[in-house]
Design a protein around this ligand. Structure first.
Ligand code: ADP
Ligand code: MG
Length: 150
């Protein structure tokens, strides 16, 4: 992976990719979810409202290809407005994963985003990268490096 053309991050700073899923947009709770990340101290380094192509959705969820929920998952996020963001801050990957909570909103702790806003396992409000490697793969599906604002 080439880092040429990309300025180095400050010590300890880390980035993660977040997607607010279609239901989050439809229910008009994007602002509440974004506010949580801002209050925690993360910087938004890029953000846009898009309709994901089928190819982007298939790539984003490529690790799940072949699983029973894959087709439904891809369909659920394709062609509908979603908000894609890159967040930056100390420990961003792990902290954001803890803030969003368990995959199944019924099991997610109250106080987490899925725990507070979700009920459906497929439509669980928000996606966030699960590792630095996932971040590197995922943000590129939606952003160019020129779109990341420090
Ligand atoms: N058993 C399931 N049934 C339906 N959809 C699921 C199931 N497991 C996961 N999903 C969907 O696939 C997405 C990706 O799954 P996974 O990577 O395991 O969870 P996470 O989003 O917490 O990283 C989940 O956010 C959810 O939308
Ligand atoms: Mg995952």
């Amino acid at each position: 992976m080439s880092l040429i053309g990309r300025p180095p991050l400050e010590m300890d700073m880390e980035r993660t990719f977040v997607m607010l899923k279609p239901s989050c947009v439809e229910r008009r709770i994007m602002g509440e979810v974004i506010a949580r990340f801002e209050r925690k101290g993360f910087n938004i380094v890029s953000m846009k409202l898009i309709k994901m192509s089928r190819q982007q959705a298939e790539e984003l969820y490529s690790a799940h290809r072949g699983k029973h929920f894959y087709d439904g998952l891809v369909a659920a996020v394709t062609g509908k407005p979603v908000l894609v963001l890159v967040l930056e801050g100390r420990g961003a990957v792990e902290v954001v994963r803890r803030m969003i909570g368990a995959t199944d909103p019924i099991k997610a702790e109250p106080g987490t985003i899925r725990g507070d806003y979700g009920s459906d396992i497929t439509d669980n409000i928000v996606h966030a990268s699960d590792s630095k490697e996932s971040y590197e793969r995922e943000y590129r599906l939606f952003f160019s490096d020129q779109e990341l604002v420090s």
